[in-house]
Write a protein that binds this ligand. Structure first.
Ligand SMILES: [Zn+2]
Ligand SMILES: [Zn+2]
Length: 135
């Protein structure tokens, strides 16, 4: 049996658990992922559709489906945090890495849509480090 990992949204309305049993971890740099995260890329971990146990707030999830692309996002109605969702084919559950409270054993394996990569990402990674707010 795999370790059980917990996850939740920022406001704590939605909570879930799943097994540490993942088959892919992609960083997606497409423009849509930049827009929906407000950041340089989305961090998506893939598992099987049945590997999720919603412990609180499943009915507080909103789903956005893109009109033309195979793209959707599930998020908390209250705080907007990304939460796990089934892909369009229903064959994979996609877990936003940042929604996990515990560390998964898988690490990123691919940077996809690298052609659309934010022009400022490399400079951001190289920028000076601070442990908290810059003061
Ligand atoms: Zn929330
Ligand atoms: Zn993307």
């Amino acid at each position: 049996m795999n370790k059980i990992l917990k996850g939740e949204c920022l406001c704590g309305t939605i909570k879930f658990e799943l097994e540490d049993d993942f088959h892919a971890f992609h960083l997606c740099h497409c423009k849509q992922c930049q827009q929906q995260t407000g950041s340089a890329f989305a961090s998506n971990i893939f598992t099987t559709p049945e590997n999720i146990n919603w412990t609180e707030g499943e009915d507080q999830i909103s789903v956005y489906e893109h009109q033309t692309r195979d793209f959707s996002k599930s998020f908390c109605k209250h705080c907007g945090s990304a939460v796990p969702f089934l892909n369009k084919t229903g064959r994979a559950l996609i877990v936003p890495a940042g929604s996990l409270s515990d560390d998964a054993s898988i690490v990123p394996k691919a940077n996809i849509f690298n052609a659309e990569r934010a022009c400022w990402l490399s400079d951001g990674i190289e920028a000076k480090l601070f442990d908290g707010f810059r003061n």
